[in-house]
Design a protein around this ligand. Structure first.
Ligand SMILES: Cc1cc2nc3c(=O)[nH]c(=O)nc-3n(C[C@H](O)[C@H](O)[C@H](O)COP(=O)(O)OP(=O)(O)OC[C@H]3O[C@@H](n4cnc5c(N)ncnc54)[C@H](O)[C@@H]3O)c2cc1C
Length: 424
């Protein structure tokens, strides 16, 4: 091993792995401070007691029950059973589902904080939790009939993973050009087509499938159906071989004369496009949370190393050239967090939030890429090895600028909102 000896390399690994184990917990967390009386509005990062308690619980669970399995999940390309059990047992798969249905009965920001905390440790598990909660659970919570809620919400909260299936081989950014059809036959619909890149689908028991039930009406024919995995004619292909978030199973789905009763329609006939558009706006705040968690997790794993690693007789952190970069990156993470929390609070306040959600997702995905690149730079040669978590974050981060709308689609949405604001 050249130019550094094996012994020195082992020493570096020791510093880094010790730091990896402690960094996330030992970093001085900003304290929740009481504001002076009469000081008016709270800062965006202030949390209610319940939100703060959940954030702390999730951080502890992630460190103790997810972190030890990160490498195994990466190697096996699958979220391990014990991690899945931890998520369900601790209410993290039914965050906004009412307690009457076995959920945690929390708010949207709590879902965002959960995704952020888990993604600090493993963004692949963050993707699983995010998509299950902010897409599938929210659609059924919001648009499901009483019967559908009674049938599905307890399963979603307690033991069954779910997927949201919009994308197809020929329709990605232009999602509503989808070709899967739903043909009416008496009280039933027959679904035919295929879906691509469907997250969680290696594990899912429940699928929300967007299909066109009236192609002559164009996108106004798109309807959302709930399909159980064991429905005849429905099959899930083997997971794609991906660059990052490899433990998050992403598969193609095939629908070959899948027969579902009309009671499987979620929301109204022909309103699937509205459901998809509104839910993906909200989902983007979740992806922003995944990205700020990833960025913070990478930063937390790196800074302690720069404080211990010495060159020219000093810790590398002490060089001004390093400090300015570190300060700049820390500022970017904070900006992304503020955009994300603000968008989440706007969702809760039922304010229009389309522009803010697109900005949060666009910016968080963008800066998270910078953060992972910089962290590898600051680690030097060891950052370039698979022995350290930074290289995983570097690969995982790329998905943030692709799914739930690419960078270009976020920028187009932001521009559309600006045009509307300025046009008379
Ligand atoms: C790991 C992973 C998980 C996913 N999970 C899910 C899931 O659970 N459910 C689901 O339904 N989908 C999922 N997707 C699909 C994802 O949302 C799409 O990949 C994404 O929307 C982009 O579509 P595309 O891949 O077809 O790219 P394309 O739409 O073909 O885009 C290719 C390029 O063209 C650009 N482009 C396209 N149109 C325009 C335009 N009008 N203006 C400017 N530029 C444009 C894009 O920005 C991009 O750079 C997942 C994808 C991945 C990779």
């Amino acid at each position: 091993m050249h130019p550094i000896s094996k012994q020195v390399f082992r020493g570096l690994k020791k510093i880094a792995s010790r730091n990896l184990a402690v960094s996330a917990t030992n970093r001085q967390q900003p304290q929740q401070q009481e504001l002076p009386e009469g000081s008016g509005r709270l800062p965006l990062t202030s949390l209610t007691e319940d939100e703060a308690a959940m954030k702390e619980t999730v951080a502890k669970l992630a460190k103790e029950q997810i972190a030890p399995f990160v490498r195994q999940m990466e190697d096996e390309k699958k979220v391990t059973d014990s991690v899945l059990k931890t998520l369900f047992d601790n209410g993290l798969m039914g965050i906004e589902i009412d307690t009457d249905y076995g959920g945690s009965g929390c708010n949207f920001l709590t879902a965002i904080l959960t995704v952020e905390e888990i993604s600090k440790v493993d963004p692949a598990v963050g993707a699983l939790v995010d998509i299950h909660n902010t897409l599938v659970n929210t659609v059924i919570n919001r648009y499901g009939s009483k019967e559908q809620q009674e049938k599905y919400l307890p399963r979603l909260a307690q033991d069954t993973v779910a997927s949201f299936a919009l994308t197809e081989p020929s329709s990605g950014s232009d999602a509503f050009a989808l070709k899967t059809t739903a043909k009416k036959e008496g009280e039933h619909f027959i679904l035919n087509g295929s879906k691509m890149w469907i997250s969680n689908s290696d594990l899912s028991g429940i699928f929300l499938i967007m299909a066109n039930a009236n192609p002559s009406a164009g996108y106004r024919g798109i309807t959302c159906f709930i399909v159980d995995r064991d429905t005849p004619g429905f099959s899930v292909a083997k997971p794609e071989n991906k660059l990052g978030i490899v433990a998050s199973g992403t598969c193609m789905l095939n629908l070959d004369n899948v027969k579902v009763h009309e009671s499987a329609i979620l929301g109204e006939f022909g309103k699937g496009y509205k459901i998809a558009a509104s839910i993906l706006n909200e989902g983007r705040v979740g992806i922003a949370a995944q990205m700020i968690g990833l960025a913070q997790g990478c930063f937390d794993a790196t800074i302690p190393y720069t404080l211990e690693r010495r060159q020219f007789g000093k810790p590398v952190f002490t060089f001004q050239g390093m400090q300015h970069q570190i300060a700049d990156v820390a500022t970017q993470i904070e900006c992304a967090r503020l955009l994300t929390y603000n968008a989440a609070r706007m969702v809760e306040a039922k304010m229009p939030f389309m522009k803010e959600a697109a900005m949060a997702k666009y910016y968080a995905a963008d800066i998270a890429q910078t953060v992972t690149v910089k962290c590898i730079d600051w680690m030097g040669g060891v950052g370039f090895t698979k022995d350290f978590i930074q290289e995983k974050f570097y690969r995982d981060v790329k998905i943030g600028s692709i799914y739930e709308g690419t960078v270009n689609m976020q920028l187009s949405t932001i521009a559309k909102c600006i045009e509307k604001e300025y046009k008379h």
